[in-house]
Ligand binder design. Structure first.
Ligand code: NAG
Ligand code: NAG
Ligand code: NAG
Ligand code: NAG
Ligand code: NAG
Ligand code: NAG
Ligand code: NAG
Ligand code: NAG
Ligand code: NAG
Length: 898
C-alpha cells in the first residue's frame, strides 16, 4: 500500500503533452535494428565493432517471425546521429531507430482496496451469484446478453502486454500455466529496469497493478464484489514489459508484442502508449505487421483529450490497430472495508470504512459521538474547542468524530479527544467516498473514516441514548465492500479526457469506445486486491474481451472483420462538453468517439458486414476521388440496403486568429458537414453475396483558416433490420497551407533563453554568452549548468521533421565560415541532436555549447538560430512545405583560449 501512496501523484498527473525535448524520451546510447533478411546477430555485432568502430553491448535479441533484429548499447563518446549513420551503413541492417521510453497513459487511481484477498476468511466472501443483468457496464454494451447466450470467450487467447498479472489472485484463477486462466506469458522486464532488463519466465505483477486491473476487466471470474470479466473463459497471456512505476521502452514492447503473437494469441490488448500520433514508428509498424498476419491488436487511444483534438498516441494510430476511446460509466463504484456494528441488542450489520494511519486492529468497542449534534446545556461540543468536564474518559470508546471543515480541522478535534484519553477515532464528513487519514498523534492507536450517511445515522442513535458497538479487524484480513453512486453528470458520454484523433497523417482514429471511467477490477493482492481506475487503459481491455466474444460467436479471428463488426454496430453518442449534452443533440465527433459505444451482441450477430472499419478523406490536397468498400450479406435471403449520411458535430481546431489548438471543449463548427454521394443509394445484395460501394466526398466549405475537422457515419440500413454505421472523418482545409507549428505571436512560443535555468526566461538581443570553448572534437560538450544560448519552443501541431540551424548574424566575422543554403539562409550547421523527428504537441529546446551537430566548433562571434519545421502532409524536398522562424541574435565569447 505504501507503493500506491507514492504512485498517486504519478497516476493523477494532469493530462497534457509530454515535453518533447531532443533527448528526454530517448534512451541514450540504445538502438534497435531490423535485419535485412536472415542475419546472425553475432556477425552484426562483430562487424559493427570492427568495420564500424562502435563499442557494442548486446541488450535484446529480437528474433521473431515478424520482426528480426536486435537492440544494443553503443558506449563511448559518439553522438546519436553519427551512431545511427554508422549502424545504418552496415549492409545487414534494414532499419535502425533510437530506443525510446514508453509509459502507461496517465490513468487516474480513484480508489484502492486495503486488504489481501488471500488472507480474508473464505467463509466471509462466498461468491455472490450476481445476476448478469446487474453489472451495468456489461449491460451498456450488451456483453450481458452474449453471456446469457453462453458466449464467454472459450477457445480464444488474449495476450496482455502490460505490467504482468497477479495470477495468484483468486478472481484471476489462482495459478499460472496450462489449464489456468493465465495460461501463458513471459516477464521481459524481470528484476531489472528499463536500462538493463533481466527477463525471466514468471510474469507475476506484484508491484504496479495496472496489468492485473486490465486482466480483470477482460476475464475476472465472478468476484464477491459483484463484477465479472467481459470474457471470463478466455485464456490469458501475461507479457510483462512495464517496470514498477509503469515505464518501458519500445524495444521491450516490440518484443512483447511479437512474443504474444508467436505464443498463439488471437487478440493482443495493450493499454500502453506514448505521445506521438505518428503511424510509422518502429512500434506502430510492429503492431501493423501482427494485424496483417491475422491477429487483432487493441490499443488505448490515450488520456490527453483535455488538450483537444489531435491528441492520439502511438501505437494506437498504427494501421490496422483497433484504437479505443473511453465512455463514462452510468454508475461509479467505490471501495471500502467492511466492519460490523450492533445497536443495543440488535443483530450485527455491515458498514464501510477506510483505514487510516495507524489502522485499527481487531477491536470491538462502543462508539462515543463528538460533533455538531453534541449539545450540552445549550452549547455545541464538536471538538473544535476542547470538551467539557462532563465528558467521560474516552479511552474505551471508538470516538465517532463529525468533521467541521468550516470551523476547524481534524487535528484540532484530535487534540480535544486525546485530552479526554481517546485512543481510537473514526472520522466522517459529508462525503460518501471517505479518504485516507493520518492524525500524526502518537496517542491515537487506531484511526479511519466512514461515510457521511453512516456517521450521521450513528450520531442520531447515540444522541438518542442508544449504545452502538463497532467491530473492526486488521485491514489486511478484512473483507471489502463496494458502494455504487449514479453518475448524474455524464452517464454514457465520452470521457472528456479521452484522446482525440485523427493522427498527424489524418488517419481515422479512434474507431470505437467502451466504458473506461471509474472501473472496478482486480489488483495485486499485496496492493489491496481491488482498485478503481479510470482511463482509456480500462476501455481497451474491455474491447479486447468483447472482440473475443464476437470472435467466438462469429467463428472468425480475422482482425478487420472483428474490428469492422464492432465499429459498424456501435451506438452513437450525443456530444457532451464536460458539463452537459449538446443543446442541439449533435453526435460526438468521430475524431473523439469513433462510431460510438460498442454493442457486443449486435456485433456478434449482425448479418451484414462491411469490409472496412472507417474512412479518412484526409485534407483538401489529398482528398481521394472516391473510396470503395464492400458490403456483404451473410444472411440467407436477399437484402436491400439504404445508404445515408449522418454527420457528427464538426469542430474547428483553432479559434479565429489563434495559433493554439483549442483545449477541450473544442469549438463547434456549425455547418461543417460533408456531402457524400454513393454509387447507389439503394443496394440489393443476394444471400451470401457482396457488392462494392463507391463513395465520393465533398468537404464542407467553412472557414479553412481555423482547420475544420468534419466527420460522420455512413448509415447502411437493411430490409433485414440491420443498421450499420461506418465512421468517416476529414479536414476541410489544406494541412500544409497551415503555418502554426511555431507560435511566434506568443512571447513564450519561441524565444531565446539560457541553459541551466529551472524557470527559463527570455533574454535580450545580443546577450553575450560566456563559457569554455569545447575541448574535444569527438564528443558533444555537456552544457551542464553553463548559461549557453538556448532556443525554447512550444509546439502546437505535429511535425515530421524539425531543424535548428545556426547562421551568422549580419555583421559577424562568422559570415566567412563555410555555409550551406537552407531555405535561403546561410546555415553553418544544425545543433547537436537535430533534426528531431515525429514531433507532437509539446515543447523542445536546443542548446548551443559551442559545437554543431557535425562537430564543428564555432569561433567567437554573433549568431542567430533559425528554426524550421516540415508542415503537416508536406514533402521534405519542397522548400514551400517548410515553416521557419529566425530568432534574435546572440554573441558567443569563449572564456578559454583555443
Ligand atoms: C448468467 O450468465 C450465465 C452464463 O454465463 C448463465 O448461465 C446464467 O443463467 C445467467 N444468469 C442470469 C441470472 O441471467
Ligand atoms: C545501456 O544504456 C542504458 C540507458 O542509457 C543504461 O541504463 C545501461 O546501463 C546500459 N547498459 C550497458 C550494458 O552499458
Ligand atoms: C483478528 O481476528 C481474526 C478473526 O476475525 C483472527 O483470525 C486473527 O487472528 C485476529 N488477529 C489478531 C492479531 O488477534
Ligand atoms: C448544566 O447546567 C447546570 C446548571 O448550570 C449544571 O448544574 C449542570 O451540571 C450542567 N450540566 C452539565 C452536563 O454540564
Ligand atoms: C450502554 O452501555 C453502557 C456501558 O458501556 C451501559 O452502562 C449502559 O447501561 C448501556 N445503555 C443501554 C441503554 O443499554
Ligand atoms: C440510480 O438511478 C437509478 C435509475 O436511473 C435508480 O433506480 C437508483 O435508485 C439510483 N441509485 C442511487 C444510488 O441513487
Ligand atoms: C438508418 O437507421 C438509423 C437508425 O435507425 C436512422 O437514424 C437513419 O436515419 C436511417 N437511415 C436512413 C437513410 O434511413
Ligand atoms: C490557407 O491559409 C489561409 C490563411 O490561414 C486561409 O485563409 C486559407 O483559407 C487556407 N486555405 C486552405 C485551402 O486551407
Ligand atoms: C554588430 O551589430 C550589433 C548590433 O547592431 C552591435 O552591437 C555589434 O557590436 C556589432 N558587431 C560588430 C563586430 O560589428
Amino acid at each position: 500500500m505504501v507503493n500506491w501512496v507514492s504512485l498517486l501523484p504519478l497516476l493523477g498527473a494532469a493530462c497534457g503533452a509530454a515535453q518533447a525535448t531532443p533527448n528526454d524520451n530517448i534512451l541514450a546510447g540504445v538502438y534497435i535494428v531490423e535485419f535485412e533478411g536472415e542475419q546472425s546477430t553475432e556477425a552484426l555485432y562483430r562487424e559493427l565493432r570492427t568495420d564500424n568502430d562502435l563499442d557494442i553491448e548486446p541488450r535484446m535479441a529480437l528474433n521473431y517471425k515478424l520482426f528480426n533484429g536486435a537492440s544494443f548499447n553503443v558506449s563511448g563518446a559518439i553522438d546519436k546521429d553519427e551512431a545511427l549513420a554508422r549502424i545504418a551503413s552496415n549492409s545487414r541492417v534494414k532499419n535502425v531507430w533510437p530506443v525510446t521510453r514508453v509509459s502507461v497513459p496517465n490513468d487516474r487511481l480513484v480508489s484502492v482496496g486495503q486488504s489481501d484477498i488471500s488472507k480474508v476468511s473464505r467463509s466471509s466472501i462466498s461468491r455472490r451469484d450476481v445476476s448478469n443483468a446487474t453489472y451495468d457496464v456489461h449491460v451498456m454494451t450488451q456483453v450481458d446478453r452474449l453471456h446469457a447466450e453462453g458466449y464467454t470467450g472459450k477457445g480464444i487467447k488474449i495476450g496482455i502486454v502490460d505490467s504482468g498479472i497477479d495470477y495468484l489472485h483468486p478472481d484471476l484463477g489462482g495459478c499460472f500455466g496450462p489449464g489456468c486462466l493465465v495460461s501463458y506469458g513471459y516477464d521481459l522486464m524481470g528484476g531489472g529496469g528499463i536500462g538493463q532488463p533481466r527477463p525471466d519466465d514468471d510474469p507475476i505483477d506484484t508491484c504496479f497493478g495496472h496489468g492485473t486491473h486490465v486482466a480483470g476487466i477482460v476475464a475476472a471470474q465472478q468476484s464477491y464484489l459483484g463484477f465479472l470479466g467481459v470474457a471470463p473463459d478466455v485464456e490469458l497471456g501475461a507479457f510483462r514489459a512495464l517496470d514498477c512505476i509503469g515505464g518501458s521502452s519500445d524495444d521491450l514492447l516490440i518484443a512483447a508484442f511479437n512474443m504474444a503473437y508467436e505464443a498463439g494469441s488471437d487478440i493482443i490488448s495493450a493499454s500502453v502508449g506514448m505521445d506521438g500520433g505518428w503511424p510509422d514508428s518502429a512500434w506502430s509498424l510492429a503492431a501493423q505487421r501482427i494485424v496483417d498476419a491475422g491477429v487483432s491488436v487493441v490499443v488505448a487511444t490515450g488520456n490527453s483529450g483535455e488538450i483537444g483534438i489531435f491528441s492520439a498516441s502511438n501505437p494506437a494510430v498504427g494501421l490496422g490497430v483497433t484504437s479505443v476511446a473511453s465512455v463514462d460509466a452510468r454508475e461509479f463504484p467505490f471501495l471500502l472495508l467492511a466492519g460490523t456494528y450492533a445497536i443495543e441488542e440488535q443483530e450485527e450489520e455491515e458498514f464501510g470504512w477506510i483505514a487510516g494511519q495507524p489502522p485499527f486492529q481487531n477491536l470491538t468497542l462502543p462508539l462515543f459521538y463528538v460533533g455538531s449534534e453534541l449539545v450540552i446545556n445549550g452549547t455545541v461540543f464538536d471538538g473544535c474547542n476542547g470538551l467539557p468536564d462532563s465528558i467521560p474518559d474516552l479511552s474505551d470508546y471508538v470516538v465517532l468524530v463529525e468533521e467541521q471543515p468550516q470551523s476547524c480541522n481534524f487535528y484540532d478535534q484530535t487534540d480535544s479527544i486525546v485530552a479526554k484519553g481517546a485512543r481510537y477515532a473514526l472520522f466522517f464528513r459529508e462525503s460518501e467516498e471517505p479518504e485516507y487519514i493520518n492524525t500524526y498523534d502518537p496517542s491515537i492507536l487506531g484511526v479511519g473514516r466512514t461515510t457521511g450517511s453512516q456517521g450521521k445515522s450513528w450520531a442520531k442513535d447515540l444522541i438518542a441514548g442508544r449504545n452502538v458497538t463497532v467491530t473492526f479487524t486488521n485491514p489486511e484480513i478484512t473483507k471489502q465492500l463496494v458502494t455504487l453512486r449514479n453518475n448524474t453528470v455524464s452517464p454514457g458520454s465520452v470521457s472528456f479526457w479521452s484522446s482525440w484523433g485523427p493522427d498527424w497523417e489524418l488517419g481515422m482514429n479512434p474507431f470505437l469506445a467502451a466504458p473506461g471511467s471509474q472501473i472496478l477490477s482486480t489488483f495485486p493482492r499485496a496492493l489491496g486486491s481491488y482498485a478503481i481506475l479510470e482511463g482509456t487503459s480500462m476501455a481497451c481491455p474491455f474491447v479486447a474481451g468483447a472482440m473475443a466474444l464476437v470472435a467466438q460467436a462469429r467463428g472468425t479471428r480475422d482482425p478487420e472483420t472483428l474490428r469492422a463488426a464492432l465499429t459498424t454496430t456501435a451506438k452513437q453518442i450525443v456530444y457532451h462538453d464536460g458539463e452537459a449534452n449538446d443543446d442541439q443533440g449533435r453526435l460526438a465527433p468521430v475524431a473523439q468517439a469513433g462510431s460510438g459505444l460498442i454493442q457486443a451482441w449486435d456485433a456478434a450477430h449482425v448479418k451484414s458486414v462491411i469490409s472496412t472499419a472507417g474512412i479518412s478523406f484526409r485534407d483538401t490536397d489529398n482528398l481521394p476521388s472516391e473510396i470503395k468498400f464492400t458490403l456483404k450479406n451473410l444472411g440467407d435471403s436477399e437484402v436491400t440496403y439504404e445508404l445515408g449520411n449522418n454527420p457528427t458535430m464538426g469542430v474547428y481546431a483553432f479559434a479565429q486568429g489563434s495559433k493554439r489548438i483549442t483545449a477541450f471543449p473544442p469549438l463547434k463548427a456549425d455547418g461543417a458537414e460533408a456531402k457524400l454521394e454513393f454509387s447507389n443509394d439503394l443496394i440489393t445484395v443476394g444471400a451470401g453475396e457482396s457488392v462494392e460501394v463507391a463513395v465520393v466526398c465533398t468537404p464542407p466549405s467553412v472557414d479553412a483558416s481555423r482547420l475544420p475537422v468534419y466527420g460522420g457515419l455512413i448509415t447502411v440500413n437493411g430490409t433485414n433490420g440491420d443498421t450499420l454505421a461506418l465512421p468517416y472523418l476529414g479536414v476541410a482545409a489544406s494541412m500544409k497551407n497551415d503555418t502554426r507549428f511555431f507560435h511566434t505571436a506568443d512571447p513564450l512560443g519561441v524565444y531565446l533563453s539560457q541553459n541551466g535555468q529551472r524557470w527559463p526566461i527570455p533574454v535580450e538581443p545580443d546577450t553575450i554568452f560566456r563559457g569554455p570553448r569545447p575541448s574535444s572534437e569527438t564528443a558533444y560538450p555537456e552544457p551542464g549548468t553553463i548559461a549557453w544560448p538556448q532556443a525554447r519552443v512550444v509546439t502546437n501541431v505535429g511535425s515530421k521533421l524539425v531543424r535548428l540551424d545556426v547562421v551568422a548574424a549580419d555583421n559577424s566575422t562568422a559570415r566567412c565560415l563555410p555555409w550551406q543554403d537552407w531555405l535561403g539562409y546561410r546555415s553553418l550547421g544544425q545543433l547537436p541532436y537535430f533534426p528531431l523527428r515525429d514531433l507532437t504537441r509539446g515543447s523542445f529546446r536546443g542548446t548551443l555549447a559551442g559545437m554543431l551537430a557535425d562537430h564543428t566548433i564555432l569561433p567567437n562571434g554573433r549568431y542567430r538560430f533559425v528554426l524550421s519545421a516540415l508542415k503537416l502532409l508536406g514533402e521534405e524536398e519542397n522548400p514551400e512545405d517548410w515553416e521557419s522562424v529566425e530568432m534574435i541574435p546572440f554573441i558567443i565569447e569563449y572564456t578559454t583560449a583555443l
